[in-house]
Design a binder for this molecule. Sequence first.
Ligand SMILES: Cc1ncc(COP(=O)(O)O)c(C=O)c1O
Length: 464
Amino acid sequence: MATNLDFDTVDLQHKDRRILHPWEGLEEIGREQRTVIVKGEGVYVYDTEGNRYIDAPGGMWCVNIGHGRREIVEAMSQQAMDLSFYGIWNLANAPSAMLAAKLAELSPGDLNHVFFTTGGSTANESALRFVMFYNNLRGRPEKKHIIALENAYHGSTHLTSSCSGKDVATSPFDLETRFIHFLSSPNPSKRPSGMSVEAFCDARVEEFEQKILEIGPERVAAFIAEPVMGAGGVIVPPEGFQRRTHALCRKYDVLYIADEVVTAFGRLGHFFATEGEFGIVPDIISVAKGITSAYVPLGAMLVSDRLLEGFVGEDAKATGFYHGFTYSGHPVACAAALKNIELMEQEGILEHVREVGPYFQERLRELKDLPIISDVRGTGLMACIECSIGTGDEDTLETDAMIGKRVDRHCQDLGLIVRPLFNLCVMSPPLVITKSQIDDLVGMLRQGVERTIEELRQEGLFEG
Ligand SMILES: Cc1ncc(COP(=O)(O)O)c(C=O)c1O
C-alpha cells in the first residue's frame, strides 16, 4: 500500500525540527532527520515516501490492537458527534461511566474504583498522590516513603520521574530524593556469575525487606513497580519476585502500586498481568497506553475498595480528593477504550497473544548466535535485544550506547522499525501480529544486526 497523500518529506523534516522531542539528546535538537510516519494498518506503518515498516515498538508499547481499526475510529467519531466533551467534575458522561464499570469487571480483586487520567505519568502521579492523601487521612502523616526499582520508568512528571531510573540524585531536573528509595534491578541476566536464579530472587526479596526495615515500616507508604519493566530494558524479574514482594507489602502494611501502563490490555496475554500472569492483587493499578490501543490518550488509576473504606460516605472526613484533570474521563477517549476492549474480547486477542508470545520469544532467542548480541529477553509480546561489542571499558561503552540507533537505521532500510534505547532495541509489536509476520520481523532484525556488525568492523570498532 503506497501512501495516498502527497507529502514533502524534506519540508516536514525541516518543520519537525521546531519540536522539542521527548527525551531528545541536546546535541540532536534541530539536527535529526527523522522518518516521518503518515499511515498505519495492522502491524505496519508507512512513511512519507510510501515505505512500509513492521512497527515492532507498537508505537511505544501502546498500539495493541493494531493500526487503522475502523471500528475504533467510528466509535470515536460517533461519540465526538454526540458529545465531543463534557468533563466529569460536577456531572457525569456516559462513556466514562460505562468504561469504569467495565474496568471494575475486568480488574483483579476489589479494584473497583477508577480515577481517570490523561496518560501513564498522570496515572502514576495520581497513585503516588493518593498514597500521601490516604496516609494523611489515616492519621499516619509519617508514612510517606516510596520504594521503587532501579531503572524503572513510571513517567515524566516530577514525582513519577523521581521514582524512575537510578541517577535521580544527579538529574538536571532536581528530582525528589528525600522520600524515594531504590532497590537494585531484579534483572536475572545480570546476576553474579555462579549464582542461581532462585538465589538471586532470594537476594532481591531480602533486599526489599531490609529496605523496609531500614526506613521503618511505619514510614514506608508504598512500593511501586512494573510487573515486567519496560523502558528500563524489558526486565522480567525472577519467578516469584512479584508474589514475594507483594506478600512483604501485606506484612508491613505497605501499599503495592502496580504500574501496568505497558503490561495491561493484552501485552502479556491478559487484561491485567498482575493477576493473570503473576497471581497478585495489588492495592492500586495504573494503566494507560493499550487501554485505547493509543487511538487517543487516556490513563486510569484503579483503586481497591478497601482503601476507600472508612473515608467515604457516612464516614467521610471534611476534605476531598482534590486532584483531577480537565480531561479526566474524556468521552471520546473512553468510547475508544470501550470499543478497543470489546474488539479484544470478540476477537480473542488475549488468547492470540498467549499463543504467539512464546513463538516470538523463541524466534528472537535464535539471534543469540550473532556476536554483538549479549542478551535477548522478554515475555509475551514484549522483548529486547541487548548489544555489546566487548569489554565494557570506556571506549566500547560509548560505542555500545550508539548500537541501538545503528541497528534501527539498518532495520529501517529493510522495512522494520525497532526502538533504540542506547545498546538495546526494544520491541512490543501490535498484539495482532501473526507467526509469519514474526518470522519477517526476526529475519529483518537479523539482517539489521549483521549490517551493523559489518559497519562496526569497517570502522575498526569491532573485530569479533
Ligand atoms: C511503565 C510505564 N509507566 C508509565 C509511563 C508513562 O506513561 P505516559 O508516557 O503515557 O505518561 C510509561 C511510558 O512509557 C511506562 O512505560
